[in-house]
Design a protein around this ligand. Structure first.
Ligand code: 5GP
Ligand code: ZN
Length: 112
């Protein structure tokens, strides 16, 4: 998707605070963090929302979730963290390329 900001970040065409990358997934700091630590886990493949995921995406989704505790620990969130997937306009999603928010530390602001 040539006009998708997270596709561009995943492809290295836009700068981001990348903290993890492999052949399928990238993770980078949110540009407007709502906690002391706030990053997102994003597949390199363009999938717009959780509602667009198919059975073939099961392993990818599992991989994204399993990365959350590992990267949270690496980012210093020793006592735990929150995860959030906004889905669709009604779910408050702003960037239509699926992503898992991971945040914690300080007093996280709830995002509805
Ligand atoms: P959503 O509401 O779609 O779940 O969250 C999108 C998130 O992407 C927001 O928290 C926003 O701050 C973040 N974001 C939007 N544009 C950029 C960008 O260009 N770079 C980074 N690192 N984060 C972005
Ligand atoms: Zn995309």
């Amino acid at each position: 998707m040539s006009d998708c900001i997270f596709c561009k970040i995943a492809a290295g065409q836009l700068p981001s605070g990348k903290i993890y990358e492999d052949d399928e997934v990238v993770a980078f700091h949110d540009i407007h963090p709502f906690a002391r630590v706030h990053f997102m886990i994003v597949p390199k493949a363009h999938i717009a929302t959780l509602s667009d995921c198919l059975p073939e995406h099961q392993a990818l989704l599992g991989k994204m979730l399993l990365l959350a505790p590992r990267l949270a620990r690496e980012q210093g969130l020793d006592t735990g963290f929150k995860t959030l997937i906004n889905t669709g306009r009604g779910g408050g999603q702003e960037v239509f390329h699926i992503h898992v928010h991971v945040f914690g530390g300080g007093d996280p602001v709830r995002k509805s």
